[in-house]
Design a protein around this ligand. Structure first.
Ligand code: ADP
Ligand code: MG
Length: 357
């Protein structure tokens, strides 16, 4: 259950328009694959593609992307490469999330049968504050050799993300919330995060079990005994959320598998969980398209097309798990295009069974 009550989305003649930001690296080829799948499956979604990425890093490209998402309400997104060396240049990915107020990032890291992992069953939901903290983007050099990076946290944003997490726990029957922090060192900033989460657990959400864990220990626990978090939610401020999410995605098979939802009160952007560009594997037909397909499935649920989401879920499941068509990142030898063909093949069979075609 996606935990946001949104306004009705733009829909013309029974079709949705979704903004597509292919981004860099493998993003454009993944979007082309999704388009092909959608067309084959008669999914009533039109892509409005905007070229924002290292081909056009201008402010107007970013503004246009934001206007398009404000109009359509929903976007599918590849990651945009961020230059490291220019302090004036803010990450487009971050700017987008901040300006659209996509305050929540939600990932579901779950082991997939037949995909080799080091641990047995893993089933963890990660909910991360997505707009403030270390990502506030306020930095300056006060005197030569002294840099101040300012981490801003607000009670309002903490309450917002904690409320979403507790509501998510109730709606999706997740047993426990573990707040991740470093309040022993960041007494005020992380202290406030912990305090707000704890207050909420003790007053409004007594039925959800609440624990907290310091981020360093949580990192160790995740790689040594991750099953202790199964069935629960990790609730995290922005930067710890980024790092812990990558650990959790690594546990279940890496950057090619897990999708990530970015949700605000008004808009939603769907992308991969670990937000890689995959620049080094672009154009080689080797990337694992699963995370992108999963992001598209999340998007279909968000725009209330459960039938299409279910068909695609079944097709992906049969391709990956029943037929064991796996790309190299998860130990297989299949190309990206073989997964896509597999999914289309499965969709064909689903339609045959439904007598739709
Ligand atoms: P790069 O941009 O150099 O490829 P990233 O940080 O984007 O690096 O990605 C980290 C690693 O994950 C890289 O080795 C990349 O090839 C791999 N990777 C990212 N996305 C995928 C994917 N969809 N399938 C397989 N490997 C991926
Ligand atoms: Mg990259």
């Amino acid at each position: 259950v996606i935990p946001i009550h949104r306004k009705p989305l733009a829909k013309y003649g029974g079709r949705h328009t979704v903004t597509v930001l292919p981004g860099d690296g493998i993003g454009p080829e993944m979007m082309a694959h999704l388009k092909r799948i959608f067309t084959f499956a008669h999914v009533p979604v039109d892509f409005e593609v905007l070229d924002i990425g290292s081909r056009d890093l201008s402010d107007s490209a970013l503004d246009n992307a934001i206007i398009a998402i404000e109009r359509n309400g929903v976007a599918l997104k590849g990651n945009i490469e961020t230059k490291f060396d220019d302090p004036q240049f803010k990450s487009r990915n971050m700017e987008l999330r901040r300006r659209l107020d996509l305050f929540a990032n939600i990932l579901h890291c779950k082991t997939v049968p037949t995909i080799p992992v080091r641990h047995k069953e893993i089933d963890i939901v990660l909910i991360r504050e997505n707009t403030e903290g270390e990502y506030s983007g306020i930095e300056h050099q006060s005197v030569k050799g002294v840099v101040e990076s300012i981490k801003v946290v607000t009670r309002q944003k903490i309450e917002q993300i904690a409320t979403l997490a507790f509501d998510f726990a109730l709606a999706n029957n997740r047993k426990k919330i573990t707040a991740i922090h470093k309040a022993n060192i960041q007494k005020l900033g992380d202290g406030l995060f912990l305090k707000v989460c704890r207050e909420m657990a003790e007053t409004k959400y007594k039925d959800v079990k609440f624990e907290h864990m310091i981020v360093d220990n949580a990192s160790m626990q995740l790689v040594s005994r991750p099953e202790q978090f199964n069935g629960g939610i990790l609730l995290m401020p922005n930067l710890y959320g980024n790092i812990i999410s990558n650990i959790a995605c690594g546990l279940v098979g890496g950057p090619g598998l897990v999708s990530g939802m970015n949700l605000g009160k008004k808009y939603a952007v769907f992308e991969t969980g670990t937000r890689n560009t995959g620049t080094s594997i672009a154009g080689k037909d080797v990337a694992n398209p699963t995370a992108f397909i999963q992001a598209a499935i999340d998007m279909l649920r968000y725009v209330d097309e459960p039938l299409h989401a279910d068909r695609l879920t079944t097709a992906l499941y049969n391709t990956l798990i029943v037929k064991k068509i796996h790309t190299a990142d998860i130990g297989g030898t299949a190309k990206t295009s073989e997964i896509i063909e597999g999914v289309i093949d499965e969709l064909k069979q689903i339609f045959d069974k439904e007598h739709v075609h």
